[in-house]
Design a protein around this ligand. Structure first.
Ligand SMILES: NC(=O)c1ccc[n+]([C@@H]2O[C@H](COP(=O)([O-])OP(=O)(O)OC[C@H]3O[C@@H](n4cnc5c(N)ncnc54)[C@H](O)[C@@H]3O)[C@@H](O)[C@H]2O)c1
Length: 388
């Protein structure tokens, strides 16, 4: 058995996503399972190096995530030096959105494969430029499109492949939960404050429409037009240091997307909504032969033949228990972490040249949808989404 090591420089991993999803639940989890077993002869083993600006934070993180399999992880604040190390094959970035471009450029120039969080930029032109930087440098590249590997969405894909829906007519996405303003006693904000400042790359549309783009393109059809109303419902919040700040970014978006196959998708996304639905994201898909409600992990279905006939009579409590008419799709396999699955595919792409569709160019489509959505909201009109 050959164990092929892949050095991964992980930047911005003291942050929320970098630490939890990418370092702990993906890379360290892969090491803990003994690497990526490609065949009886070959295993790929990630070797992470943590990178960032703060020595104190990196040293603390290295200790905190240390496991028997890894020991304390090496770390550095000298990115240029680390990128010159021939043992590093992959550069990963989960720093802030506005910081990403400079890091991607530096890594591509050093000839490293580039993998990064979404959005890759806040304008389409910049997202495409970064894709070109990587393509010209001839480095493999990828963008996180994690939702595609969530169990709920995979169950939907299975049903669709089975022809469960007949002709799909529409999709209703509801996403969000209440993010505390930080003003209340003992209720600190549970998301970083930059998310609510446009000048720092924040905003619901740039954050979530990137996700909706690849979810819709991959599951339902190609988006050809968008109409969005973006809103800033809460205009003042309290930041990490306890200071009040003005919210300059949208915290909610009410969007309709038209697809090339006639399907209509309407997605509400909000940080100012209290949850009374099955999950933090639900998508109700209605088709001529059946419907599904897709959550992050679960999926519920109602076949055409099981559709009840409601009668409109608000003078009495409705005699139909609408929730009871849905059946849960069983989990017939063990579903791994969605970020980890995409990481494994990217590392196989880097080491073995296996195909990988979710490139920086593909990720630019998400930025395009976000940018056009904001334009639609500003100009209060439908905007066509040109092919990218
Ligand atoms: N895929 C998803 O579902 C998902 C979810 C949330 C956030 N994100 C994306 O992940 C990225 C990080 O978001 P987050 O919520 O973890 O934010 P965060 O503020 O928790 O983390 C950002 C990290 O980047 C570091 N950083 C900032 N500037 C830096 C610099 N110049 N050099 C090195 N490090 C720097 C910060 O210190 C921090 O550790 C964002 O681009 C965001 O859009 C993706």
């Amino acid at each position: 058995m050959t164990v092929r090591k892949i050095g991964i420089l992980m930047n911005g991993v003291t942050g929320r996503m970098g630490k939890n999803q990418h370092l702990v639940r993906s890379i360290i989890a892969i090491i803990a399972q003994g690497g990526i077993r490609v065949s009886d002869e070959l295993t790929l083993m990630p070797v992470p190096i943590l990178a960032g600006r703060s020595e104190a934070k990196l040293a603390a993180l290295s200790k905190e995530v240390s496991t028997a399999a890894t020991g304390p992880l090496p770390w550095t604040t000298d990115l240029a030096k680390a990128l010159a190390d021939p043992g590093v094959q992959v550069f990963f970035d989960a720093s802030g959105t506005l910081q990403r471009a400079a890091f991607v450029e530096q890594a591509a120039k050093a000839g490293k494969a580039v993998y990064c969080e979404k959005p890759t930029a806040v304008t389409t032109a910049e997202a495409l430029r970064l894709a070109e930087v990587c393509e010209r440098a001839g480095v493999k590249n990828g963008v996180v499109q994690d939702k595609l590997w969530l169990p709920g969405l995979r169950k939907f894909q299975m049903l669709k492949d089975q022809g469960f829906f007949g002709r799909i007519l529409s999709v209703r996405g509801e996403f969000g939960y209440w993010v505390f303003e930080g003003t209340g006693h003992d209720l600190p904000a549970q998301r970083p404050s930059w998310n609510y400042r446009a000048e720092d790359g924040g905003g619901m549309v740039i954050d979530m429409h990137c996700h909706w783009r690849y979810v819709i393109d991959n599951l339902f059809g190609n988006i050809v037009a968008v109409s969005t109303l973006a809103a800033t419902h809460v205009d003042e919040r309290v930041d990490e240091s306890g200071k009040r700040y003005r919210c300059t970014a949208d915290d909610s978006a009410y969007a309709t997307f038209q697809l090339d196959n006639g399907i209509v998708c309407s997605f509400n996304s909000s940080w100012c909504v209290r949850v009374r639905r099955d999950d933090l994201l639900t998508m109700q898909v209605d088709g001529t032969k059946g419907s599904a409600v897709v959550g992050l992990r679960k999926c519920w279905i109602q076949h055409a033949g099981a559709t009840p006939k409601p009668v409109w009579n608000p003078d009495i409590d409705n005699p139909i228990d609408f929730h009871a008419g849905w059946q849960e799709v069983p989990s017939n396999i063990a579903y791994d972490n969605a970020f980890k699955i995409q990481w494994e595919q990217f590392l196989r792409h880097v080491a073995l040249d296996e195909p990988f569709r979710w490139t920086l160019r593909e990720g630019a489509k998400g930025v395009q949808l976000a940018e056009l959505s904001l334009q639609s909201s500003r100009e209060r009109r439908w905007i066509d989404v040109p092919f990218l």
